[in-house]
Design a protein around this ligand. Sequence first.
Ligand code: NAP
Length: 291
Amino acid sequence: MREIDGKTRVCGLIGNPVEHTLSPVIHNTLAQRMGQDLVYVPFLVEESRVEDAVKGAYALNVLGLNVTVPHKSAVLPWVKEIDPLAEKIGAANTLVRCEDGFRAYNTDMTGLHRAMLSDGIRLEQEKVILLGAGGAARAVAFLCAHTGVEKVYLLNRTVEKAQTVADEVNRSFGRECICSMALDEYDRIPGGGYLAIQCTSVGLHPHVDDVVIADEAFYEKLHSGYDLIYKPWETRFMKLVRENGGQAYNGLKMLCYQGIHAYELWNRVTVSDEDADTVLQKMKEAMGIDG
Ligand code: NAP
C-alpha cells in the first residue's frame, strides 16, 4: 500500500451509484506501475450537488475527475473549458485541472476507438450497425462520423431518439453518414459484412438472457459484434455473433482505455501497451475472470 503524504495528489470519480466501479483498479494500478504519487477514490454525488462537487473538487486541489452516469452532461455548465469533441457529443467523462477550473473531455469515445484499434478493428473501413440511441450510442455515432465510417445504420426502440442523434451527427459533420431506423426494421438493412456496436443496456447483469435482437438472420449480416456491456463477460448478443461465425468483443477494453486516456491527460504521460495489458488483467481479476 502506497504511503500517503503531503505531496500525494488526488483524482476521483463522481457519479451515482459508484460502489461497483472498476475505475480505482485502473488508476491505482497505473499510479503504482508508473511510480506516481497519486490516489484515486470514488465520490457519491447526488444529482442536485453536481455544481458543488465540481467547484469543491477544484477548491480541494483535486488533479482530475472522472464523471459517470448520471452526471456526464450535468457537469458541463460548471467547467471552465470544454474540449471540442466533448462539446459536440454534449457529454464529458473526464475533467482535467487547468487554470481557474476544469477542462472537460470525452475519453469514452477515444477509449472505444483505442480498444477497437487494439482488436484490429479500423472504423474508417467499416459499415456499421449501431444499436441504441442513449448517451453511449450518441458518443459512438460521433466517433463513427469522426473516423470517416462509410455508413452507419442507427437502430433504436424509440425511433425518434435515433432520428435526433442521426440528424445531429449528420448536421455536425455535414454529410448524411447516419441513417436512423426503428429496432424492428433490421431486416431492411441491405447486404452483409457489418460491424455491429451494441450500445443498449439490454443484456446487462442481472438480465443476462435478454438480447436486443434475437433473430439469427440479423447476426448473419455481421463479421463482428462489439458489446459495450462487460458484465456478464459474454452477453447473449456476443454469443449470437459467435454462433453465426463472427468475432465478438465486450466493453471492458473500452472502459480500460477511457481510464488510461484520462490518466494520460491528468498526468501528461503516455501509458505503454505493457502497462495497459497489466491494467486490463487487474480489471479481469477484480471481476473474477480467469485468463
Ligand atoms: P442510456 O442512455 O440509458 O440508453 C439506453 C439505451 O438502451 C437506449 O437506446 C434504450 O432505448 C435502450 N434500451 C433500454 N431498454 C431496452 C429494451 N428493453 N429494448 C430495446 N432497447 C432498450 O444508457 P447508456 O449510458 O447509453 O449506456 C448503454 C450501455 O452501454 C449500458 O449497458 C452501459 O453499461 C454501457 N456502457 C459501457 C461503457 C464502457 O466503458 N464499456 C461506457 C458507457 C456505457 P430507448 O431510447 O428506446 O429507451
